[in-house]
Design a protein around this ligand. Sequence first.
Ligand SMILES: C[S@@+](CC[C@H](N)C(=O)[O-])C[C@H]1O[C@@H](n2cnc3c(N)ncnc32)[C@H](O)[C@@H]1O
Length: 243
Amino acid sequence: MLRIDFVTIFPRMFDSFLAEGVIARGAKQELIDVRVWDLREYASDRHRSTDDEAYGGGPGMVMLAEPVLRAVEATGGGHTVMTSPQGRVFDQAKARELAARDQVVFLCGRYEGFDHRVHEALQPEELSIGDFVVSGGELPAMLMADAMGRMIEGVVGNSGSVEEDSFFNGLLDYPHYTRPVELRGMKVPDVLMSGHHENIRKWRKEQALRATLAKRPDLLETAELDPEAQKMLAKLRQECHSS
Ligand SMILES: C[S@@+](CC[C@H](N)C(=O)[O-])C[C@H]1O[C@@H](n2cnc3c(N)ncnc32)[C@H](O)[C@@H]1O
């Protein structure tokens, strides 16, 4: 069972995340064990301080190292991930890799981030959710944990839907339609109504390639394409050149 720990000064931010959705389902099925650690419980002064002013001056508070080190010790200390805009950008491959571990401990920063000695003592893996700054590590940690949860066999009801998601096979997902057949003059493509499974499979594969070529052509440089997909892609590229 994967154990996920969140170390935070705002434990209540996790309440609805843990009550509903993928992680809640994983916990209910005993596939994921989640714990939230309130950093204030590991503070060493009577004010339960978790931050202080920066040496050298400047705006913004810095998170104290000692409570973080103590809280991580209390978790038992698995693979530690520090949420940080300075980290490598999290992606699907990283979600899969982390989901295969026994325990992942997320450190959720606030203010200017952590006293640098947290890095020295724990040597955490720094992971970012993108090249922008949010005010705390709780949302980034929840995002990453959600993506990890989806990678655990049995957590998402229909595992086929995960395998067809964007990025799972290196491509973007194909378009989806549901009722009604016609909406404000826009119709569901005939092939999807045909009941012809082989044609539907091919249409979806081509659409996934089409979406990837149009929106994220960079993914095609590393995607592993089978001969059928390579042929489809060559045709789509020709279409692009001739239009
Ligand atoms: C306001 S930010 C601190 C930013 C820090 N001073 C810097 O510029 O690198 C506070 C906390 O939010 C989290 N955070 C902010 N942006 C993030 C991102 N893009 N990815 C992951 N975590 C982020 C981190 O935990 C960070 O310690």
